[in-house]
Design a protein around this ligand. Structure first.
Ligand SMILES: Cc1ncc(COP(=O)(O)O)c(C=O)c1O
Length: 401
């Protein structure tokens, strides 16, 4: 017999480390944009496993691929080639304009690889000492020691010191601050095209092109962390494609595996060449199961009609949130976002709203203290947005009284 939510929670308290705070909710299965809990209650999911379940729950093509690939090869050592590995690499490089791919198992690992590659490239070209990386205040790049050093949020670092040296954090969206932070020791600038965990912050339109120009002028590597924004989330295959620029290195994860652990780092040839044989690796990264799933995810997402739906539903969603922000008056500050990564900044803590929405049958996330973040499966349509908005309004207004 299946366990109840209460029983699952009791076992969790007994056996799991307390490193994350969970809602009082145990999920059992899902389909499309819906998930069900252990008591059979239904939820409409506007978080999508934090931008990961990009095709929703139980997508037929992914189920079929997992079953077929599992019957052939789940994993082989990276001493050998496999077809899914090279096919996915070709699709990602072809769609991004970058030249080479490296695969791993998570976003943090992809960023760790990017930081290592930036250091190695700079070391090979300029010698030791030029290893500094500038990142943004409020950024989030992962939970490894390297990526918490890169992350611009104190709460992920506390107690884990000493951190890696060489990281400088500047206000996001401020080109002048970035220019002023460059020193002879700087080798790279690492940015999210939109701050995700940092509260869905969209930079001014001239920011990223300005950063790319600065990198060209100072011979710095531009690393874009597209772990949350990449693979269709913003309505383009990659968020940098909203601009006329190309990063030297880009990282992906989340939607790449649709929940199967997977991450990737892509780079231009000139940079990628410095990851020489034996310099970096991982056992399960690039395994055929994750690569086959990745190929289905990427093929589906990169269809022009699919991306058009993301852009159109995203525009509709943002418009409705902007109207809601106006209706909420002093309770809300602003709505913002791009594609299906949208946020509503409140004037009070957003956590209780996310908890209140669960009681009404919706999954959303609270981030950056006062922001509600929505990153639904990319199959979302205006019909689901129409169901969400009134419930959101009532929840915020009830809690605001
Ligand atoms: C922009 C960004 N970078 C890196 C990460 C870390 O990815 P992972 O949790 O897969 O290690 C995240 C996760 O939320 C993210 O949003």
């Amino acid at each position: 017999m299946s366990l109840s939510t209460r029983e699952i929670m009791e076992m969790a308290h007994q056996h799991l480390m307390g490193n994350v705070t969970r809602f009082e909710l145990a999920l059992t299965h899902g389909r499309g944009m819906k998930v069900w809990d252990a008591e059979g209650r239904e939820y409409l999911d506007f978080l999508g496993g934090i931008a990961t379940c990009a095709l929703g729950y139980a997508p037929e093509a992914v189920i079929r691929t997992i079953s077929e690939q599992a019957g052939k090869l789940i994993h082989v050592s990276n001493y050998y080639y496999t077809e899914p590995l090279v096919r996915l690499a070709a699709r990602l490089t072809g769609s991004s304009g970058l030249d080479k791919a490296f695969f791993c198992n998570s976003g943090g690992e992809a960023n760790e690889a990017a930081l290592k590659l930036a250091r190695k490239y700079s070391h090979d070209l300029y010698g030791p000492g030029r290893y500094g990386v500038i990142t943004a205040q409020g950024s989030f790049h992962g939970r490894t020691l390297g990526t918490i050093s890169a992350t611009g949020q104190d709460q992920v670092k506390r107690g884990f010191e000493p951190l890696l040296p060489g990281f400088t954090h500047v206000p996001y969206g401020d080109l002048a601050a970035l220019k002023a932070a460059v020193t002879p020791e700087t080798c790279a600038i690492m940015l999210e095209p939109i701050l995700g965990e940092g509260g869905v912050v969209v930079p001014p339109p001239d920011y990223l092109p300005g950063v790319a120009d600065l990198c060209a002028e100072k011979k710095l590597l531009l690393i874009l962390d597209e772990i949350q924004t990449g693979l269709g989330r913003t309505g383009q295959p990659y968020a940098f494609q909203h601009y006329d620029l190309k990063p030297h290195i880009m990282t992906l994860a989340k939607a790449l595996g649709g929940g199967v652990a997977s991450g990737a780092m892509l780079a231009q040839d000139e940079v990628a060449a410095h990851l020489t044989p034996g310099s970096h690796s991982t056992t399960v990264g690039g395994a055929p199961l994750a690569m086959a799933v990745g190929l289905v995810m990427v093929e589906t997402i990169l269809e022009p009609a699919f991306l058009k739906n993301v852009a159109e539903t995203g525009r509709y969603f943002l418009e409705r949130l902007q109207n809601l922000a106006r209706e909420l008056g002093p309770l809300a500050k602003e709505a913002r976002g791009q594609g299906l990564l949208v946020g509503l900044e409140l004037t009070r803590p957003s956590g209780p709203v996310a908890a209140g929405m669960i009681k009404r049958g919706f999954l959303i996330s609270a981030t950056a203290g006062t922001v509600l973040r929505f990153a639904p499966p990319l199959i979302a349509t205006p019909a689901e947005v129409d169901i969400l908005i009134p419930a959101l309004k009532e929840t915020i207004q009830t809690l605001g009284k």
